[in-house]
Design a binder for this molecule. Structure first.
Ligand code: ADP
Length: 417
């Protein structure tokens, strides 16, 4: 058994993001969707396995139960260390879920303490004196202050975490991190002697995260965003062996988009301007009982097999508001997700072998419609957006705001010939 590191991600596209980080560190990486059953198997030989849950905003008890079941499964697959991945903006509330899940993972592992750092320097997330910055703003002055589910109104990680755990929280400051791996290890030992259980670390650069990763190599539980995962990955002895990229399979290529994020709308506009075939789905017509899926499949059959096609429900803010006003937010989303799930299954049945999916929730709907439980992670087309592989099918699952404006065309255009 070669598996070295296990990871629990608290949301779907966070799972893709952290899997890409392990892969950048030169680890062969698998990504599994949802709590694996006892008989679940990894899709191939790997050094890292990431399980993507949807536990960021669920009640803390549920998040803890799912995380513990996943930790147990990762251990059964040979993972000595479990990395708990959450958002680089520390999305949580005083009720959790970062504190309760971390405490439960530590209890189950019998571990005295953990090292935590949500910094992600390429995305402008840094930690200094325990305060989380988003580019040049402290977290509580950034747009995250107005997040609909987890409004972040404090930038102090020790304070945020102290509200979520009854255990002591400490800080390894930047001066210590700059002194290197041994200095951080000594600080961890001191914290352990003093009964501190959650050790937050400062980090301003990827170099700092590499130091923290090396210092945390022996800890059974480590937590943070994709940045510290990559630092940890680089410290693994199995890291850095050349991971050969899997060739993309032959067959047709398609994009299914359900994200209404600004970047996805730009990517759709770019696809149009490249003169490639694109079809907008009428969500209100589908809700009124019209067979929008069959019409879309007829359209698909009429297209040139050698070029990628785009089918999208994604709507501009105005159009989205109108649909939501008519159907309600939940019903509108359910319509879209059912439609795109049905189309994904049919497109694959009709020969699509390269499928790019835009949107976190949309990716969840598509993978469940396809019955995909696990994939192997390949090269990134853009940061945090890797190709993944399963049973002759290449899937690219992207969070709404990820990827450059030309991603759809660049990732797919030359793959169909
Ligand atoms: P992102 O990663 O950008 O957040 P998601 O797929 O997670 O994208 O979320 C987009 C949400 O918008 C989904 O729930 C989807 O069902 C919904 N949606 C997409 N298109 C429409 C539309 N035309 N009308 C109403 N809701 C839509």
């Amino acid at each position: 058994m070669t598996l070295r590191i296990g990871c629990i991600a608290d949301d779907f596209t966070g799972g893709t993001d952290v899997a890409a980080a392990f892969r950048r560190a030169g680890l062969r990486t698998a990504l599994v969707f949802g709590v694996p059953g006892d008989d679940a198997a990894l899709p191939g030989d790997c050094d890292a396995a990431v399980v993507a849950l949807k536990s960021r905003s669920t009640p803390a008890g549920e998040a803890v139960a799912e995380s513990l079941a996943t930790q147990k499964w990762l251990w059964s697959q040979g993972a000595a260390q479990v990395y708990f991945k959450y958002c680089s903006t520390f999305d949580s509330t005083p009720a959790g879920n970062i504190g309760p899940v971390t405490d439960a993972l530590l209890d189950a592992a019998g571990a005295p303490l953990t090292l935590s750092c949500p910094a992600s320097p390429p995305n402008g997330r840094t930690v200094y004196q325990g305060h989380l910055f988003v580019h040049d703003q402290p977290l509580d002055e950034s747009p995250l202050r107005h997040h609909p589910l987890n409004p972040m109104t404090d930038a102090s990680l020790p304070r945020l975490l102290s509200a979520q755990t009854e255990h002591r929280v400490g800080l390894v400051d930047w001066a210590t991190v700059r002194r290197g791996v041994e200095a951080v290890r000594e600080a961890l030992l001191r914290f352990e002697r003093d009964g501190v259980r959650h050790v937050i670390a400062d980090a301003l650069t990827d170099e700092d995260l590499a130091v923290l990763g090396a210092a945390a190599l022996e800890l059974p539980v480590v937590t943070g965003a994709a940045g510290l995962a990559e630092g940890l990955g680089h410290a693994y002895p199995s890291a850095g062996h050349a991971v050969a990229d899997t060739p993309l399979p032959g067959g047709r290529a398609a994009v299914l988009a359900g994200s209404c994020s600004a970047r996805t709308l730009e990517q759709i506009a770019h696809f149009h301007s490249a003169g490639l075939p694109a079809l907008h789905l009428d969500v209100l017509a589908a809700a009124a009982g019209q067979d929008v899926a069959s019409a879309a499949l007829d359209w698909y059959e009429a297209q040139d097999r050698d070029v990628p096609v785009l089918v999208y429900a994604s709507a501009s803010p105005g159009e989205l508001a109108a649909v939501q006003a008519r159907l309600g937010v939940t019903e509108a989303a359910a319509q879209v997700e059912e439609l795109l799930g049905t189309l994904a299954a049919e497109l694959v049945r009709r020969g699509v072998r390269k499928l790019l999916v835009a949107g976190g929730e949309t990716s969840g709907a598509v993978t469940s419609a396809l019955g995909v439980r696990a994939v192997l992670v390949g090269d990134e087309a853009d940061p945090g957006v890797p190709w993944t592989y399963t049973d002759g099918l290449a899937l690219m699952l992207k969070s709404g705001n990820f990827g450059a404006p030309d991603l759809f065309v660049r990732a797919l255009e030359d793959t169909t010939r």
